[in-house]
Design a protein around this ligand. Structure first.
Ligand code: ADP
Ligand code: MG
Length: 457
């Protein structure tokens, strides 16, 4: 068969592939393919990278071969070989039975958002429009918006942190949606740290870490959710660190979320921690009453139901843990009303939610106290456990011990253990000391009172 005929067949097949798999997939995966030769019934196609080869073989191999066989019955096999672009250019033309068509030679790989295969799907409800902004989250919101709206990297990484159910994932998805809408050609990948880890471990097992790395090479914006899960997994951290650095070096945007600030992430290597914290760190605080009220209003509107003000206020007052639980509570109340065909009332709400409300009559934990107090005095939570004796950490630590004694039913030794394994006499001393200070210093007393109220609210 002449070269011309083979080239013509290849062109037709490429057209078919483009129609079948769509423009985006074609551009990313199929356009870089070049026809090399046909040898003894085997069509040999070259791709520039190994990752691309694996991808093409598993996803399109069968189809390409069957299209060839239909055009030319003597073709019985397909061979996809890796030929780096440079090497291919240097190859003497005579060696290839079929010269690649100029248009397809060394076509650059242009990924167009087919990266859902690597990342996780986005929740269509998690958009900026559906995100209610209030004091506790306005900074994180503004930072996320900024990243979504700008084409240059302004801070890298954007590190979002906050407790569970406060909207971290929502904000990340919102950034991704926004970027995709503005510029569908930018490739945005969102995935959980767990998924990242899983993929890496699998790559290790198949001795294919090169392919793993290449997956992330062409990404414009990489988002990794719940990065605290990487803590303690050394080899994953190592890989993450390298992926992270190479993307940053290439000027790609990275967005990370975690349940703690970079400095409080446990089991993280120091260099990774400091790297994570060197962009913009934005925390989402626990919800305020006003924000909860706003969220209820917004969700009710989305669902198209009328929620009486009294009920909204009641929910905002009682369900304080996080937005996810608040949403769940509202959904239950609405579902119940629709099921029995009656309006939502304060009574029905209390009845439907009685188990939840009891759980939310909450018990304060020592961890919460440590976190709140650390935040209040602007020290690291880790310093609650550390051996540092400097006044600026020792005093807040004593305050936290004192509040733990006041607000929980834990014993002195139990409290001591939670503070880096300190002795119960240390706790006793702290309690005495803070009581003394309270009595002698009104502004200090007010501070403590404020903390107590915050913890109890
Ligand atoms: P996180 O990732 O921080 O654990 P999520 O982003 O999953 O929390 O949020 C939990 C739920 O609460 C989601 O359904 C999300 O849409 C909703 N949510 C959180 N914050 C807000 C907000 N400010 N406005 C509207 N919905 C919110
Ligand atoms: Mg989340």
């Amino acid at each position: 068969m002449s070269n011309e005929i083979s080239s013509a067949i290849w062109t037709r097949i490429r057209g078919r592939l483009r129609d079948e798999f769509g423009e985006a997939a074609f551009k990313s995966w199929l356009n870089p393919l070049s026809l090399l030769e046909i040898d003894d019934g085997v069509v040999r196609i070259s791709v520039p990278t190994r990752f691309l080869r694996d991808w093409v073989v598993t996803h399109y191999g069968e189809r390409i071969q069957s299209l060839w066989s239909k055009e030319d019955a003597s073709v019985t096999g397909l061979d996809v070989v890796v030929l780096p672009t440079a090497a291919k250019a240097a190859q003497p033309a005579a060696q290839a039975a079929v010269r690649p068509l100029p248009a397809q030679a060394a076509a650059p790989c242009e990924p167009v958002n087919v990266n859902e295969d690597i990342g996780a799907p986005l929740d269509p409800r998690y958009t900026f429009d559906n995100f209610v902004v209030g004091k506790p989250n306005e900074f994180a919101y503004a930072a996320a918006r900024r990243v979504a709206e700008s084409d240059v990297v302004s801070f890298n990484p954007l590190f979002l942190y906050g407790g569970v159910g406060l909207g971290k994932t929502h904000l990340m998805h919102a950034v991704a949606w926004h970027i995709r809408e503005r510029n569908p050609r930018r490739s945005v990948i969102y995935l959980s740290a767990e998924k990242f880890m899983y993929r890496f471990v699998r790559a290790l097992r198949f001795q294919d870490t090169m392919a793993f790395k290449e997956q992330f090479r062409s990404v414009d914006v990489l988002m990794i959710d719940d990065v605290q899960f990487i803590g303690g997994k050394d080899s994953t951290q190592e890989e993450f660190f390298h992926t992270f650095n190479s993307l940053v070096d290439q000027g790609r945007q990275i967005i990370i979320s975690a349940d703690k600030s970079p400095s409080d992430l446990q089991g993280m290597e120091e260099r990774l921690r400091s790297r994570l914290g060197c962009g913009l760190v934005a925390d989402i605080h626990a919800t305020s009453y006003e924000l909860r009220l706003g969220i209820i209003g917004s969700k009710a509107e989305q669902m198209g139901v009328h929620v009486p003000v009294k009920v909204a206020e009641f929910l905002a007052h009682k369900i304080t843990s996080n937005v996810r639980e608040l949403e769940g509570a509202l959904n239950r109340v609405v579902a119940h009303a629709q099921l029995v065909g009656r309006d939502i009332t304060l009574e029905s709400t209390q009845e439907v939610l009685h188990d939840l409300l009891r759980a939310n009559d909450r018990r304060i934990t020592i961890e919460e106290i440590q976190k709140k107090v650390a935040e209040h005095f602007n020290i690291r939570v880790a310093d609650m456990h550390s051996a540092r004796r400097a006044r600026q950490v020792a005093r807040p630590r004593q305050v936290a011990m004192y509040l733990s004694k006041q607000l929980t039913s834990r014993s002195l030794p139990e409290i001591g253990r939670k503070f880096g394994g300190r002795d119960h006499t240390t706790v006793m001393h702290a309690v005495k000391k803070i009581e003394e200070l309270r009595n002698g210093d009104t502004s200090f007393a007010e501070d403590i009172e404020l903390l107590r109220r915050m913890l109890e609210s």
